[in-house]
Design a protein around this ligand. Structure first.
Ligand code: AMP
Length: 351
């Protein structure tokens, strides 16, 4: 049987790279669809020299997807030369590097905060002259939950800022004094069909997502523009699966792209409780080449992350009416670690 014969349909085996909570939720959704799958728990640059293990994996599954964007490019290319990788390696390359990501978004006609690539303290000093302060210095790669970034304010020493991010290749971004942060999730099938979930309003603290609320308190036209942003990116990337796009809403109604994630996303966890078909199921459907499911909502929802010892109240949450509790089964509780989430539902509001 050829790859293309086996690359769509409910009987193919889906390989999921990454065994964190997102991989777990993908596997759960895949199981509901009757899809067989194989989860690879860890792939690191170091492990990746183990081409034999990857070749074995490629031989055991029909299509590959992933729960995190830091799959080493070589691993993605190696797998993509053997079987379909969905979303494809281009989505990974673009989203792994903040400079490429923002450049790509601009090329797609989307607005982004002013930015400059930074490789040295001199670059940083020069960029601060044009971008101004405050500004945010972020590592180009491997940043998540606010890690690897520092705000540079008036009087701050650029050399110290570079030291704070470990002198890694970086990006300097204008600090956006946004009114709110929203995100939109789109899903695109192998046949190019695109659907989107309603945009959500996100609150971060210490760089970590705390709550996602839907509907977002934005007007309809802004919501439509946000959805269009996701659609444009998914089309330009010839994307398959769920794509998450995080946006800043400025006081004057501008939408600026902060980042995108080529995967299911924390700000879409509410979909498992409030939608006919969750982001996880839709991702698995797309990856398996099945018809996409409805992205419509039957309830309003507020998703709250249970972080660190925030999970200790799980017993009370489990007893709440109209709440859907999801625990990740992590044994070690650490400050800042996502241990679970709860989605509180309320009747659909109508405007
Ligand atoms: P990131 O990892 O880039 O998504 O950043 C994590 C959080 O830091 C974002 O959700 C924002 O709350 C904040 N942040 C990131 N970039 C900027 C920026 N250019 N201006 C203001 N806040 C930012």
């Amino acid at each position: 049987m050829t790859i293309s014969d086996r690359s769509v349909g409910p009987d193919q085996i889906i390989g999921i790279l990454g065994g964190g909570q997102l991989g777990r939720m993908l596997a759960l959704a895949g199981a509901r669809l009757g899809l067989p799958f194989d989860v690879v728990r860890r792939i690191t640059e170091a492990d990746y020299s183990d081409e034999e293990a990857l070749a074995r994996f490629a031989g055991d599954v029909d299509v590959v997807t992933y729960e995190f964007e830091n799959v080493p490019a070589r691993a993605a290319d190696f797998l993509a030369s053997r079987l379909p990788v969905r979303p494809g390696p281009m989505a990974l390359t673009v989203s792994q590097d903040r400079v490429r990501e923002k450049t790509f978004a601009r090329e797609c006609g989307l607005a982004v905060p002013d930015f400059a690539p930074i490789d040295s303290v001199d670059d940083l000093a020069r960029a601060l002259e044009t971008i101004g302060r405050p500004a945010v210095l972020k590592t180009r790669r491997f940043g998540y939950d606010g890690k690897g970034q520092v705000v540079i304010r008036a009087g701050d020493d650029p050399a110290r800022a570079m030291a704070a991010i470990g002198h890694q290749p970086a990006i300097l971004e204008a600090f956006v004094s946004f009114e709110k942060e929203i995100s939109v999730l789109v899903v695109r099938g192998v046949d190019g069909e695109i659907r989107h979930y309603d945009p959500v309003e996100n609150v971060h603290r210490g760089g970590i997502l705390r709550t996602s609320t839907v509907p977002a308190s934005i007007d309809v036209s802004l919501g439509a523009r946000a959805a269009l942003t996701g659609t444009v990116l998914a089309e330009k990337l010839d994307y398959v699966g769920v794509l998450a796009v995080e946006l800043f809403v400025t006081r004057d109604g501008q939408l600026l792209l902060n980042e995108m994630a080529p995967r299911v996303h924390n700000s879409g966890h509410w979909t498992e409780a409030a939608c006919h078909c969750s982001q996880f199921e839709n991702h698995m459907r797309a990856v398996a080449g099945l018809p996409l499911g409805s992205t419509s909502r039957h309830s309003d929802a507020v998703m709250q992350n249970l972080i660190g010892n925030g999970v200790d109240k799980w017993r009370r949450l489990a007893a709440e009416d109209d709440s859907v509790l999801h625990l990740y089964g992590k044994r070690d509780q650490r400050e800042g670690r996502k241990m679970g989430h709860v989605t509180r539902l309320s009747p659909l509001s109508r405007d």
